[in-house]
Design a protein around this ligand. Structure first.
Ligand SMILES: C[S@@+](CC[C@H](N)C(=O)[O-])C[C@H]1O[C@@H](n2cnc3c(N)ncnc32)[C@H](O)[C@@H]1O
Length: 311
């Protein structure tokens, strides 16, 4: 692959060409072909739809800037088998033009793996430079296989989507991705189930479930989270990405239960060491979710204090 703009110091000015700046007005670069008429298709849950649209919108910008890159989806099976049109892996694979060269789609559940293999059949080697690997099993183990393939070279832009349901992604896995030897850190989009995490933590009684929680947080100190408000909990995770894992640009993007409502279902925490990444991500958020108070797209408020850090 040639030298990407993501890597090039001199290209920073070019990242904000008039073309890029006007991308807000452009139609989205991803296509959806559900094969069913809109009249008969049940609407997907709004938060699932927003999440997948947001990730695909961001990746459409990311691949324009990086001229490609690699995509690791650690928890890739569809959230809802009824709404395959709101499935992130599918939306990202359908981005036009198809520039991301390699996908690792990881999944534990056999039914999800069947869907992923179908998705692979539709996109593998189309174009011929595009390779898709479906990785069965626990992502907390398959992550080692992916990192050992040798495909992630020091200059290869790599994005990891960690879309767990609640606590399936172990902190050790996040750390492995964050500390993988590369010129730039692997960029991470981490799902934080803000709306139900307190309940999930408080209900853990038996040792097996408590051990799962320990692995998710990377130790027993998760108990201290129970006394935090939602915004404090989000900030704690943002701080961990920044202080413990060394990411320069970390922001939390709330996804609402209803597109027009105020109740937050979950946050997507975006961590990168490239200064343009939060700019592109905030632009994608604005386009998909709108100009919402106390979020990175809030045109009125001081969202840096509310939901993120940038150094
Ligand atoms: C929230 S869903 C993913 C949703 C999907 N990203 C989408 O856009 O529709 C989480 C998925 O992770 C799978 N999963 C749960 N634990 C896992 C693990 N340890 N390793 C890999 N996949 C896992 C589940 O079976 C489920 O399909």
């Amino acid at each position: 692959m040639g030298r990407s703009s993501w890597d090039s110091k001199n290209a920073l000015g070019e990242l904000f060409s008039q073309d890029e700046i006007s991308s807000r007005e452009r139609p989205s670069a991803f296509l959806l072909t559900t094969g069913r008429s809109l009249a008969t298709t049940p609407r997907p849950p709004e938060q699932t739809n927003s999440k997948s649209k947001l990730v695909a919108e961001y990746i459409a910008s990311y691949q324009r800037i990086t001229h490609g890159g690699l995509f690791i989806d650690g928890f890739a099976g569809p959230q809802s088998k009824e709404h395959l049109d709101a499935w992130t892996a599918r939306r990202v694979l359908e981005i036009q033009p198809p520039r991301i060269r390699r996908f690792w789609l990881c999944e534990l559940d056999p039914a999800g793996l069947i869907q992923l293999r179908r998705l692979k059949d539709a996109h593998h080697l189309r174009p011929s430079s595009r390779k898709i690997s479906v990785m069965p099993g626990n992502f907390n183990r398959t992550v080692d296989t992916i990192l050992l393939t040798g495909r992630i070279r020091p200059k290869t832009p790599t994005f990891a989507f960690l879309d767990q349901r609640t606590m399936e992604c172990e902190w050790a896995t996040v750390r492995k991705l964050a500390t993988f030897r590369s010129r730039r850190k692997i960029e991470i989009m981490y799902f934080l189930g803000t709306g139900w995490l307190h309940r999930a933590m408080a209900s853990r009684r038996d040792p097996k479930r408590i051990a799962e929680c320990d692995r998710w947080w990377g130790g027993p100190t998760w108990r201290g989270l129970l006394g935090l408000r939602h915004d404090e909990l989000v900030q704690r995770v943002v701080d961990r990405f920044q202080d413990e894992l060394g990411y320069g640009y970390v922001k939390a993007y709330p996804i609402h239960l209803r597109e027009s409502g105020k109740k937050v279902a979950f946050h997507l925490i975006h961590a990168s060491d490239h200064e343009q990444a939060p700019v592109l991500m905030t632009r994608a958020y604005l386009k998909i979710c709108g100009d919402i108070q106390n979020t990175p797209s809030d045109s009125q408020g001081d969202w840096v204090q509310a939901f993120g850090n940038a150094h």
